[in-house]
Design a protein around this ligand. Structure first.
Ligand code: NAD
Length: 238
């Protein structure tokens, strides 16, 4: 299918990064088993929720900082360099597709990026070092120096609006490919989980690569219920 396709769009979830040491959400031992997610309205309303949210982020820092692209990331980057993949749609927030060689502009991040922070008001960008220093000095999560709204990782929390530009570009990619690869996602987080269906309805072949069954397996042209690194490893090249 990869050989036959002219335009391939990969759509990735947390499963592509587990071999890089970053736990996913829903596997046994995943992040949800340990921490209930903090919804956006709670983050906005409560200093305690913001402090807890940043404590959790700093606790993950060694994991995120140590992670480098796995076989899945590198295989997709090889197809990108070969001109088969115009861009990638990801639910991941770990920056590993960029680290594997995709240009920033060709990574459509549906749920943002956890490797930097933003003011939720004026959108000013902050680096994590600044946030950490402030947290250590004051004992609390910081507010924006310009507009005094809270500073949050540049991710999309439950209850927070989806980024319009990323949603629009992801839809264009889904509707313009002839092969759509859904890789390492439980396909239960909406609206992101709507893109495989959108691609299929627009005429693409759909392949799902995931260890566990998903609710969309029935409409896929091929389901590979197997390890992502093992499955995509042979496509790592140049
Ligand atoms: P998910 O945890 O709901 O699903 C991950 C799926 O990947 C699971 O079904 C699991 O069986 C499968 N999987 C895990 N390792 C695998 C492997 N090596 N081979 C094959 N399959 C494997 O993740 P999701 O669907 O991406 O949705 C969760 C949300 O969590 C996303 O929106 C994302 O923002 C966030 N998240 C991101 C990261 C990250 O950036 N790495 C990590 C955790 C959570």
């Amino acid at each position: 299918m990869i050989a036959e396709a002219a335009v391939i769009v990969p759509f990735t979830g947390a499963g592509i990064s587990t071999e890089c040491g970053i736990p996913d959400f829903r596997s046994p031992g995943g992040l949800w088993a340990r921490n209930r997610p903090i919804p956006f309205d709670e983050f906005v309303a409560s200093q305690e929720a913001r402090d807890e949210s940043w404590r959790r982020r700093f606790a993950m820092e060694t994991t995120f900082a140590a992670a480098s692209p796995g076989r899945g990331h590198r295989a997709l980057a090889s197809l990108y360099r070969a001109g088969k993949v115009p861009g990638i749609v990801t639910q991941n927030i770990d920056n590993l597709h960029q680290a594997s060689g995709f240009a920033d502009d060709h990574v459509i991040e549906l749920h943002g990026n956890t490797t930097y922070a933003r003011c939720i008001g004026c959108r000013q960008i902050y680096d994590l070092g600044w946030v950490k220093q402030h947290f250590q000095d004051s004992g609390h999560a910081p507010d924006c120096v310009t507009c005094e709204e809270p500073v949050k990782t540049a991710t999309v929390s439950f209850g927070q609006a989806m980024p319009e530009d990323a949603m629009r570009r992801a839809a264009e990619f889904a509707q313009q490919c002839d092969l759509f690869l859904a890789i390492g996602s439980s396909l239960v987080v909406w609206p992101a989980a709507g893109f495989p269906l959108m691609a299929k309805n627009a005429g693409a072949r759909l392949v799902i690569i995931n260890n566990e069954p998903t609710e969309q397996d029935d409409m896929a042209d091929l389901v590979i219920r197997h390890d992502i690194g093992d499955t995509l490893g042979p496509f790592v090249g140049n």
